[in-house]
Design a protein around this ligand. Structure first.
Ligand code: ZN
Length: 433
């Protein structure tokens, strides 16, 4: 089912005309109402009237996370506070959060975007959906909550944490859809098993909507394996309003972007130059429908590529590939680009290895060294040295093929690596530059 055929299946040219109109509106709104943007646009000598085609997007200044931080708390609001009905903020662990505001119309737009991606994930009125995202300043919990209500699903607003109770409610309420971070879904499966509950056979969860952190193909496979559920990925970030930028349709690869709300481009992260469709680079987002917090060319640091090809599902909107990692998370080890998501893909292939791992990068002399600690599955934990060596060798073999680097593997006992309900810390870079 398609939630909004008119918008999601719009003719490409009509969509681009709509985007151009909205882009001009957004630029003049930012110029007239937000001193920060007036300054940045004046510096570039650009006004809304200079935007004649979508390619003129390049004339506009970028917005960075640092810019948003410096405008804390309300510096980037384009409307008076009395028109703002909600604020959210980034989950930033250090310092002050990035604050975004929503007018009544923004809430409606946001909910519409979520209704689309929830419908794409096949969730509807028949579903009982457990939201295990944190509620609060974080955009994920409330975002999905409102979207789920709009499509008519029954919402269980459980929030994150309290894992044993999560499993109990899943069983008692007959939960069919789970909303959480992918790492938390892995953790919940483990908690269930410890309670004597097999998520595959004793629970009815048939689909998961994951976000809040990149869900690599490796994690997807691991979650599917443990839960037997359909795994869907969706994308968004606080800085542009939260989840609702794009979501999986289940047909092959890529997540459909809500293009009437978001204008996307890919740039070279080093030079800032725009890259053509199909090339991998940093995703940059311009909002097209925000009243309270319009954002011009936000640099997400997320690495992906855009796919303009028609999708078998019937939607005509541009798709983005699964996020390969954040440019901030990319490690260069012995000159090779390495993303944690690639390690996950490798681990998913090896019997006996779990998705709980940590990458430790050090420098010996002038040479980088990578050690990966990998937690064993309980059933494969043994004091038979040869069996452990075999798992180690298998991991090394797959890593060499998938990532192309040599490293040291250290297997650790089950249940010894840190579990988190949110984004997990998988990389420890101890090199001094
Ligand atoms: Zn599709």
């Amino acid at each position: 089912m398609i939630w909004n055929k008119e918008m999601e299946c719009m003719d490409r040219q009509a969509m681009e005309r709509l985007q151009l109109t909205r882009l001009r509106e957004t630029v003049s709104q930012a110029y007239e109402r937000i001193p920060f943007y007036r300054g940045a646009l004046d510096k570039k000598g650009v006004k809304a009237a200079d935007i004649h085609t979508l390619a003129d997007l390049q004339l506009l200044p970028f917005t960075t996370k640092q810019d948003l931080r410096e405008q804390y708390p309300y510096g980037l609001f384009a409307v008076p506070l009395k028109e703002v009905v909600r604020v959210h903020g980034s989950s930033g662990t250090t310092g002050k959060p990035i604050v975004v505001g929503y007018t009544r119309n923004d809430m409606d737009t946001w909910t519409e975007a979520l209704a689309r991606l929830i419908t794409q994930a096949t969730v509807g009125p028949e579903d009982i959906t457990q939201i295990a995202f944190g509620y609060g300043l974080f955009t994920g919990g409330f975002g999905l909550h409102y979207g789920m209500e709009r499509v008519g699903a029954t919402v269980v607003p459980m929030s994150s944490g309290n894992s044993e109770k999560q499993i109990m409610l899943m069983r008692d309420f007959g939960t069919t859809a789970l909303v959480s971070t992918p790492s938390y879904a892995l953790h919940l499966a483990e908690v269930a098993k410890n309670m004597g509950v097999d998520p595959k056979t004793d629970l009815r969860v048939r689909v998961g909507l994951f976000g809040g952190e990149p869900c690599s193909p490796g994690m997807e496979a691991a979650i599917h394996d443990l839960w037997g559920m359909r795994v869907t990925d969706n994308y968004g970030l606080t800085e542009v309003g939260g989840p609702g930028v794009s979501g999986d349709c289940g047909m092959g690869e890529g997540q459909h972007i809500c293009e009437d709300f978001y204008l996307t481009e890919i740039i070279d992260p080093d030079t800032g130059a725009p890259l053509p469709y199909g090339e991998e680079g940093e995703l940059v987002i311009t909002t097209l429908r925000k009243e309270a917090c319009p954002v011009l060319r936000y640099r997400t640091r997320d690495i992906t590529r855009l796919m303009p090809e028609p999708c078998p599902c019937g939607r005509t909107t541009l798709r983005m590939r699964k996020i390969r990692g954040r440019s901030d998370d990319m490690l260069i080890i012995k000159g090779v680009n390495v993303f944690p998501s690639q390690i996950e893909v490798a681990l998913a292939e090896v019997t006996g290895a779990t998705m709980y791992y940590q990458m430790i990068v050090t420098k010996r002399g002038y040479t980088d060294a990578l050690e990966i600690k990998v937690e064993l599955e309980p059933a494969f934990f043994s004091d038979d040295f040869r069996k452990l060596k075999e798992i180690e060798r298998n991991i090394l073999r797959v890593l060499k093929r998938v990532v192309g680097i040599e490293c040291k593997i250290t297997l650790v006992s089950p249940q010894t690596m840190e579990r988190t309900t949110g984004k997990s810390k998988r990389v420890l870079d101890l090199r001094e530059f």
